[in-house]
Design a protein around this ligand. Structure first.
Ligand SMILES: [Zn+2]
Length: 278
């Protein structure tokens, strides 16, 4: 029997929103004031595969407009951070997308060889939402239409895999888990590593307290930035809690306001951290 594949996992911080109300992301925090919210994506490698979980966004075109609108003044190119790890865009073999918000898939057009994996319900629900009359614009406020165009281009090139729910071993030792709530077809990712399973949250969780409860009573706290139901959000949080066996050290929260403080820093580029998660 051969040993199970293990993944090396890095979290790459590439942007920060300034003075964002905590209450805009996490329910029941109206007295918590403002925070600077980090933005991140994940690089993982194993057995010749160079994998991204999400991609960050490029500050060009509509992506630049959106970073203004959402007050994200601090940014570094995701490509610059990957270069720090010795990874060129054409080296990236696979990209697993948690969801289609611009800050998670706004660089997919920079990776010409990568296969893209997204939940079918995620991609198609955005196409449907885009087609609704303009009074439904709240639904698509965080969607960059150019990213959907890039997804279509990649589809024409047969580089897109549409997932329909959970997929064990999407890549060896990398598991996709359906996690609706923040969006209709959100997914989170479980990676088998040398220190056990590590979970990439997508935006299923914005902060530890979504899982721990406001007073550490374990009562899940909903998101305040979501288009799916609270029931779906909490069911997804419960699945994540199962996947990490209640150990928050196994969870990578992409917008972690504490900036992955328990994970060793691999590099720092212009004030942005690359930390090693496994
Ligand atoms: Zn999101």
């Amino acid at each position: 029997m051969t040993a199970a594949p293990t993944w090396e996992v890095f979290v790459l911080e590439y942007a920060r929103a300034k003075d964002q109300p905590v209450d805009s992301l996490i329910n029941g925090t109206h007295d918590d004031g403002l925070m600077d919210t980090p933005f991140a994506f994940v690089f993982a490698r194993s057995g010749g595969r160079n994998v991204l979980v999400d991609t960050g966004f490029m500050r060009e075109g509509i992506g630049a407009e959106m970073s203004e609108r959402f007050n994200v003044p601090e940014w570094i190119s995701p490509l610059r951070l990957l270069a720090e790890l010795g990874v060129a865009p054409e080296d990236v073999t696979d990209i697993v997308l948690s969801h289609a918000h611009f800050d998670h898939m706004g660089s997919i057009h920079k990776f010409p060889r990568a296969r893209l994996y997204i939940q079918k319900s995620e991609l198609l629900s955005w196409h449907e939402a885009m087609a609704l009359p303009r009074q439904f614009g709240y639904l698509t406020a965080i969607i960059n239409p150019d990213d959907l165009r890039s997804m279509f281009d990649a589809s024409v090139e047969h580089r897109v895999t549409l997932l329909d729910g959970d997929r064990d071993n999407l890549l060896p030792g990398l598991h996709a888990r359906f996690g609706p709530g923040h969006t209709i077809g959100q997914q989170f990712v479980v990676l088998e590593t040398a220190r056990g399973n590590v979970v990439v949250s997508g935006d299923c969780v914005y902060g530890a307290r979504n899982l721990t409860g406001h007073s550490h009573d374990g009562v899940y706290v909903p998101l305040n930035n979501a288009i799916g139901s609270v029931w779906d959000q909490l069911r997804t949080m419960d699945r994540i809690n199962d996947a990490i066996q209640g150990d928050l050290g196994r969870l990578i929260i992409l917008h972690d306001v504490e900036r992955w403080k328990d994970m060793p820093v691999q590099a720092e580029v212009e004030g942005f951290k690359i930390v090693r998660a496994a």
